[in-house]
Design a protein around this ligand. Sequence first.
Ligand code: AP5
Length: 229
Amino acid sequence: MDAAKAAPPPVLILLGPPGAGKGTQARMLEDRFGYVQLSTGDLLRAAVAAGTEAGKAADDVMKSGGLVSDEIVIDILRDRINAPDCASGVILDGFPRTAVQAESLDALLVESGQRIDIAVSLEVDDEAMVDRIAGRYSCAGCGEGYHDTFKKPARPDQCDQCGGTQMKRRADDTAEAVGTRLKAYHAQTAPLITHYEEAEVLHRVRAMGPIDEVATALGTVVRQATATA
Ligand code: AP5
């Protein structure tokens, strides 16, 4: 009998400040590679909407632009990453964001026999982020993301993906909260770039160009990293 073991599902991390394009690119990677996007921001917003204990604790922190406690975020991520649909591989969008979260992720992956295949830092200039975030909105039905200037739906106010006509904007996309989110990124998340560089899984992708151009560069990096994993 062939004793060769199947390779564990790939784990990709997308790092980058608010507005860098993590969510946009994660969705494109899902379509292209069949991995599942796990956005801790989306999971937390769902918890807030559902009125769970975690959601109640996270609500005000998120509106202010601060980071939700490691304990809450790790619990939410742990529940989700073990779901059956994640067996094809995952793209972690917005996690880890602190050294404690990075350590917890390593421990979680050891338990499941997985490891981080690639961590990509989306490199952008802070000044451009405010424009990106101020113009952002999404479909209330399916969550597809759009932008007033950079990514408009084919028909005004109608989602290209599901045809929905209800669009929404995020409560934490105010100038004040964006400033706080950027500060939190530089103080607590940016140091993880060095962490993953030392682990020899880090790739940097310049993310100031148009969405499709960034997607092409990112796709090439992911394909190469997962082919050699
Ligand atoms: P989260 O939802 O993760 O927000 P974020 O990290 O601030 O990132 P964004 O979603 O704002 O930006 P993005 O990089 O995904 O950009 P996008 O693709 O949308 O977190 C929200 C909050 O939840 C946090 O502040 C915190 O409170 C809490 N939280 C979440 N995870 C946590 C954790 N692990 N620990 C603790 N707390 C946590 O793009 C933005 C816009 O730009 C879009 O309109 C898009 O169309 C456009 N765009 C994208 N790419 C380009 C491009 N190349 N050119 C032009 N426009 C572009």
